[in-house]
Design a protein around this ligand. Structure first.
Ligand SMILES: C[S@@+](CC[C@H](N)C(=O)[O-])C[C@H]1O[C@@H](n2cnc3c(N)ncnc32)[C@H](O)[C@@H]1O
Length: 289
């Protein structure tokens, strides 16, 4: 059956993906801005929804950014290889690709590494990207349908959207060094844990703990001071509300699709935080004066 026509959207399933929060985020995006920055891009759901004229996408996950670069360069060799993975799809194939990817991807062609990354993401459990202490990708097989693996139209639409995007593999602070007055930055960092028993998320070998959250809030304030328009999303907890005192904030309910514990799926409250340069609320904050 032919794939239905599609508008651009994420090419990977990503933990913390923001597809469900899009209407609330779009409503808070500035009407006019210079470049769009997404320094914790992940699946980059808001980038695809906004379709900015100029964008900078960054993530600490180098394999994700290398995949985006391969799709930007040419989606066809990625699609050809992903089709082969879809045809061979089985638990056995998944574990073979996972082993080879862990040990040999540095020597692979760019489209081969990108196709394997998308395959492991689509065929692995819940779209997780999890590595062990040694940096080896260790997500188990996900029992996903073969048809969900290769989506040529989605990859081609992403290729078109990426024509206006530059990529940065690395820490968000480096990506944001370039942000200037009137640019728009959307910050969707790993979230603060919602309960005392939940752990701070570890996406990559590096985790994003309480000190990292404090530093991020400082960076957000500096951006607003520099005239950059900032929107952030995080868990709605007293810690986050305190970190962003002086910013405008609203609680928004959104469905959480990906959680390895199915009892924890369902609606969760998310805090959307907005820092507008020169707005009363942000200049009221003593930190900004
Ligand atoms: C909540 S997810 C972003 C989800 C994204 N908004 C979406 O729509 O899929 C957070 C992302 O931050 C990345 N990350 C974690 N620490 C980072 C850091 N220090 N600098 C840049 N990216 C980081 C993770 O690899 C992950 O992709």
């Amino acid at each position: 059956m032919a794939e239905p026509a599609t508008t651009a959207g994420p090419i990977v399933k990503w933990v913390g993906g923001k597809t469900n929060l899009l209407p609330a985020l779009l409503a808070r995006a500035p009407a006019k801005y210079g470049r769009y920055f997404e320094p914790f891009a992940g699946g980059a759901a808001l980038f695809f929804a906004i379709a900015p004229e100029r964008a900078v996408l960054g993530d600490i996950n180098r394999d994700l950014i290398a995949t985006y670069a391969a799709v930007k360069a040419d989606p066809e060799p990625v699609i050809t290889r992903l089709r082969r993975h879809a045809d061979a799809h089985s638990a056995e194939h998944y574990y073979r690709v996972r082993d080879r990817w862990n040990t040999g991807r540095a020597t692979w062609s760019r489209p081969a590494a990108a196709a394997a990354f998308v395959y492991l993401n689509k065929a692995g459990f819940n779209g997780l990207f999890r590595v062990n202490r040694h940096g080896l990708f260790n997500v188990p097989f996900g029992r996903n349908a073969k048809t969900s693996i290769c989506k040529p139209l989605v990859l081609r639409a992403a290729h078109a959207a990426f024509a206006n995007a530059a990529f940065r593999a690395g820490d968000y602070r480096t990506t944001l060094d370039d942000a200037e007055r009137d640019d728009f930055v959307y910050i969707d960092s790993p979230h603060v844990p919602r309960s005392k028993t939940a752990n701070f998320t570890a996406y990559s070998a590096d985790s994003f703990g309480a000190d990292a959250q404090r530093e991020l809030a400082d960076v957000a304030r500096q951006l607003v001071r520099r005239g950059v328009q900032v929107v952030l999303s995080n868990a709605d907890t007293p810690f986050v509300r305190d970190l962003y005192k002086g910013f405008a904030m609203d609680r928004v309910s959104c469905r959480r699709a990906i959680n390895s514990d199915t009892t924890k799926r369902g609606d969760v409250d998310e805090l959307i935080i907005v820092g507008k340069p020169g707005s009363r609320r942000s200049t009221d904050d003593a930190y900004l004066r």
